[in-house]
Design a protein around this ligand. Sequence first.
Ligand SMILES: Cc1cc2nc3c(=O)[nH]c(=O)nc-3n(C[C@H](O)[C@H](O)[C@H](O)COP(=O)(O)OP(=O)(O)OC[C@H]3O[C@@H](n4cnc5c(N)ncnc54)[C@H](O)[C@@H]3O)c2cc1C
Length: 579
Amino acid sequence: MALDSKVPKGPIKDKWTDYKNHINLVNPANKRNIDIIVVGTGLAGGSASATLAELGYNVKAFAYQDSPRRAHSIAAQGGINAAKNYQGDGDSNYRLFYDTVKGGDYRSREANVYRLAEVSANIIDQCVAQGVPFARDYGGLLDNRSFGGVLVSRTFYAKGQTGQQLLLGAYSAMNRQIARGKIEMFNRHEMLDIVIVDGKARGIIARNLVTGEIERHSAHAVVIASGGYGNVYFLSTNAMGSNVTAAWKIHKKGAYFANPCYTQIHPTCIPRSGDYQSKLTLMSESLRNDGRIWVPKNMEDVMAIREGRKKPTDLSEEQRDYYLERRYPAFGNLVPRDVASRAAKERCDAGYGVNATGEAVYLDFASAITRYGKEQAKIHNITNASDAKIYELGQKIVEEKYGNLFQMYEKIVDQDPYKTPMMIYPAVHYTMGGVWVDYNLMTTIPGCYCIGEANFSDHGANRLGASALMQGLADGYFVLPYTIGDYLADDIRTGKISTDLPEFEAAEKEVSDRINFFINNKGTKSVDYFHKKLGNIMWNKCGMSRNEAGLKEAIEEISELRAEFWKDVSVPGGDKEFN
Ligand SMILES: Cc1cc2nc3c(=O)[nH]c(=O)nc-3n(C[C@H](O)[C@H](O)[C@H](O)COP(=O)(O)OP(=O)(O)OC[C@H]3O[C@@H](n4cnc5c(N)ncnc54)[C@H](O)[C@@H]3O)c2cc1C
């Protein structure tokens, strides 16, 4: 199939406006006759569902969690980019576009990225109107911080809980539509297949996770907003529930998948502590605004720290290697994520890792605490403040900025990061590959759209932070609601899609047969056993560093594992219960 991106003609800065001026529209009365299924109610699906319903379409929204509030978007900590130039530091749509294209290794679809930059400011206005409590500065204006790889401050944030607050905004907007009957919410439902009728997406097959019932749902268009595939690595910063079933099922039915090799490795995660761990925890990139990354300069100090004979705070400045500041003086600790990750791996591979596994570097806040403390002492006219007083004043500022992250670190590692540096190591975090979509966000299956992290990210191999929330909300609030109308304009006379069609029957049977196969397979190994093995192959051979020989070995090993999975997997319970 020839792929047509459908990028409109004309100068890049006018494309989106001209396009919106000329696409087909569905009038408000006709919208009432059109049904749209949205699979996923994270930031992308939640914002899309709320907006489509507000426009007048009938939306059926699906999520496997018990509430949209629990979508994985809730985990996002650091912030969301927007070209508002509130700091007056030279930001503009063009700069956000340029940084994103550069951060995407020039593999982005530039027309989409320009559109993303254009609507970024609207996202902030929309969320503020919903009541999202973005951080504010002393004067009450919205505050910003910097993220890696850029030279301006354009990241809007709500402490270390930006995703949660944005999701509550989208969820409130959804709830208004649920109350009006414009969104029918199907919690605890997992989409297991798409139904295609006469070449168009016309519905889904979903399993009610409480009763185990298989259900048929029809619509005039289907939107997939099911998140990324980082969980293929087993250990990642994603929730274990973040599976890729929905995106994979549409791929199997004809939606192309693009750039699956693009995986973002985040440099600041809490290191792995052993083999029985199922999840890694992110320490937000925002911490690199104030934290300094280092390892000991000398191997004797590395060994002494690992053996508990020395503490990191025993080492003088001269005995530390602030390797990012040394190697990248312009960006320092705020280099892009991939650069920071590779540099940490390089130091750890060279033997300088500071924990028992040898896979950890320090993220140290002592300088920032002292700097803020001195400033506070001046502001409050405290002369001759002792070092302890300065530290106490500085700690308060750091606590205000990152308090919940520090608390989370202490709970997990049982060390106080105000007193001793955090330990961090890179981990799989976000996937830029995914379902291929055109300028309208439609997949290669007509009538099937894909938004948020599940699509292949128009921002290419982008390694810059705070882009994912921006893309998900741009797709859901400001792009899809326009582009889907262009397609649905042809459906105003179609009428309800019947779920008695043979295509629904066949798709349901396929799903039931597969479930029965797994329940009756009675193998000896759990799904988790295979997931862990797959994750190990992926991390070791398709992870932070890759080469031809390793990738070839991985292909062999994965196909052996796959054969074993089908032969020997054990799924407990029956087909009418949660398993
Ligand atoms: C720890 C962490 C921190 C992050 N911090 C930031 C940040 O600071 N800034 C930033 O820009 N990005 C950040 N990201 C990335 C960003 O949070 C995600 O890319 C984004 O939230 C994904 O949103 P989404 O709506 O596409 O998917 P998700 O939020 O993952 O939602 C997926 C939805 O799909 C549903 N679903 C999935 N499969 C099915 C199925 N088969 N049937 C029914 N429903 C299904 C789920 O129930 C859920 O509702 C972070 C990511 C992580 C992991």
